[in-house]
Design a protein around this ligand. Structure first.
Ligand SMILES: *Cc1c(COP(=O)(O)O)cnc(C)c1O
Length: 394
């Protein structure tokens, strides 16, 4: 849901208007700045801004605009419908979509000038057929080689055959091979190196079959930031653009000079003083070890707070201080142990945001729940009102 176009102006601009009960505020200037920060490290490779899954929950259209303003030259999505939504919103930049319904009709995407990832001979034939039936320009395709992730992508054993067929279709004018790509499994440095060697080999075969694709790309955020040898002609950047870390080794977004773009906040809905020994929330997994105050936060797993964050040491910011989640995260709410501090109904609660403001990050919440920041921001639920700030001129 994108509240920026049809909803009233952000509450900050309208004194006296209560903010939405639960809100996710996305700072488009942070998106643009993160793109600039990454691009400064990965240039001259061009930067493909990955805005699949509603821009990891941040709002695909405004994020795509901000990313292009920050220097991205292409947009990447999984589904054709995601690509068509961007086109319909007036985004004219090249867009690549790489995960296709087996029964997809490729003609609307071709008519919209969407570039298509190709992961099998069958997809190649169906795309060429759709282009031939349209009788207009050639379909712009990126052939995907499986170098070790074992998801989609053309198997190494089939690669030469598919390249030969693509070269034939290129001569017939139904397809134009603009890219060859792959995706890392993020398993280990050694496994990444093996995938790079497999990619190099695939590129040699591609050339031997007579194809000269200008865009070779394999790296997403992690390898793009870590390994210059993985950058080739383009890098596909998702998580780093949102200001979260791609690394699982403890490297934080702050270490990388990135700014988390999304802030999730709400208001304290109730406050209760409890005696030592009092149990709270389902199953009484938490019990007061002293007299203390509990603040009720009206966000739960329906809103994207992982239930697995229960007992994981997650903290939220209330009244300028970080305070621990107490007990089970429920569907609509969780409790926070605020000790003897004065916390009132209506006080702001920041569940995650920019650490420069003293907030925990989505990566912190993810770590407490045994998951990754990607999942936390992508799963923010429909009750949370999303709004955008910044991005002037984007
Ligand atoms: C999601 C995705 C990316 C972006 O990955 P990040 O780790 O978020 O940078 C890049 N390439 C492909 C094929 C993807 O599916």
């Amino acid at each position: 849901m994108d509240a920026s176009n049809d909803a009233p102006a952000p509450p900050a601009d309208r004194p006296g208007t209560p903010r939405p009960f639960r809100e996710a505020i996305v700072d488009l200037d942070a998106i643009a700045a993160n793109v600039r920060t990454v691009a400064a490290r990965t240039a001259p490779a061009e930067l493909v801004a990955v805005v699949k899954a509603n821009a990891y929950g941040h709002g695909a259209v405004p994020v795509a605009r901000a990313a292009l303003a920050g220097g991205a030259t292409r947009l990447g999505v999984a589904d054709l419908d995601e690509a068509l939504e961007l086109r319909a919103a007036g985004l004219a930049a090249p867009i690549i979509a790489w995960l296709h319904d087996p029964f997809a009709d490729f003609r609307p995407a071709l008519a919209a000038g969407i570039e298509l990832g190709v992961s099998s001979l069958d997809q190649l034939e169906r795309i060429a057929d759709a282009a031939a039936r349209r009788g207009a320009e050639a379909a712009r395709i990126h052939l995907k080689i499986d170098t070790g992730l074992s998801r989609n992508g053309i198997a190494e054993t089939d690669w030469a055959g598919v390249c030969a067929r693509a070269a034939e279709l290129e001569r017939q004018g139904t397809v134009s091979v603009v890219g060859v790509f792959s995706h890392f499994a993020n398993t280990s440095r050694e496994a990444d190196a093996a995938q790079l060697r497999a990619f190099e080999h695939a590129l040699e075969v591609t050339a031997a079959e007579g194809l000269r694709p200008p865009l070779r790309h394999i790296a997403s955020s992690e390898e793009a930031l870590r390994d210059p040898a993985a950058r080739y002609d383009a890098v596909r950047i998702g998580i780093a653009m949102y200001g979260l870390t791609p690394f699982g080794d403890g490297t934080t977004s702050t270490d990388l000079g990135l700014v988390p773009a999304m802030t999730l906040r709400t208001r304290v809905a109730a406050v209760r003083r409890v005696e030592a020994g009092t149990g709270a929330s389902y199953g009484h997994l938490w019990r007061a070890d002293r007299a203390t105050t509990l603040a009720l936060v009206p966000l739960g797993y329906a809103d994207g707070i992982p239930r697995h964050a229960t007992g994981g040491g997650a903290e939220v910011r209330i009244g300028g201080r970080l305070r621990p989640i107490a007990g089970r995260v429920a569907m609509d709410q969780f409790l926070v142990d605020v000790g003897d501090d004065l916390v009132a109904v209506g006080d702001e609660v920041v569940v995650f945001g920019d650490p420069a403001t003293g907030a925990p990050t989505a990566d912190d919440l993810a770590a407490a729940a045994g998951t990754i920041g990607y999942e936390v921001v992508t799963r923010i639920g429909p009750r949370v009102v999303r709004s955008h700030v910044g991005g002037a001129g984007a």
